[in-house]
Design a binder for this molecule. Structure first.
Ligand code: COA
Length: 150
């Protein structure tokens, strides 16, 4: 079934509480990731943004994606669709919106991370054309105030 048309826009400062509430509802918040800080950083540079989707311009936000590039590859984070609106094709739509945004910036490859605790979602990404990479992701908190120790 063709999903209802969504209106995508870059979030405004006034949307931030609604976006954070949506992320919480979708299980995307972790104690060591401060969502306010993540949002402010994404909105502070031209190389990243957060797109929100509504069914009409005054309706509540039902989906969002943080999208950006690092000078080489494009990435998405905090991909979500409101639980009441899942399985209607909106996840595919929000990923299309992120892809379009990246293409407009001249980016030609999109990568993303899936938490080990959320591997079920890999099938979603495969169904919209992503391949599983054989790369290993290494990470290090370079801020001396590692938030996982606080
Ligand atoms: C992942 C998420 C964004 C998918 O959104 P959605 O609106 O339900 O996805 P869609 O309806 O657009 O589905 C697109 C395709 O993916 C498939 N799909 C979606 N979720 C799936 C899942 N968990 N497992 C397997 N397939 C899935 C659908 O069947 C559909 O396939 P089709 O087009 O061949 O029928 C949504 O489930 C969500 O917000 N989850 C919670 C947050 C999350 O885990 N985000 C990802 C972080 S990496």
């Amino acid at each position: 079934m063709d999903p209802e048309t969504l209106i995508f826009s870059t979030i405004a400062e006034s949307d931030i509480p609604e976006i954070i509430a949506l992320w919480k509802l979708c299980g995307l918040i972790r104690p060591w990731n401060d969502p306010d800080r993540d949002i402010n950083m994404a909105l502070s540079t031209a190389s990243s943004t957060i797109l929100a989707a509504r069914k009409n311009s005054t309706a509540e936000i039902i989906s969002s994606v943080m999208v950006g590039y690092d000078g080489h590859r494009g990435y998405v984070y905090y991909v979500c669709v409101h639980p009441d609106e899942q399985s209607k094709g909106y996840g595919r739509k929000v990923m299309q919106a992120a892809t379009t945004w990246l293409l407009e910036q001249g980016v030609w490859k999109l990568q993303l991370l899936v938490r080990g605790s959320n591997l079920g979602v890999v099938e979603f990404y495969k169904s919209i054309g992503f391949d599983q990479s054989d790369c290993v992701l290494l990470e290090k908190w370079i801020d001396p105030d590692d938030p996982r120790k606080l």
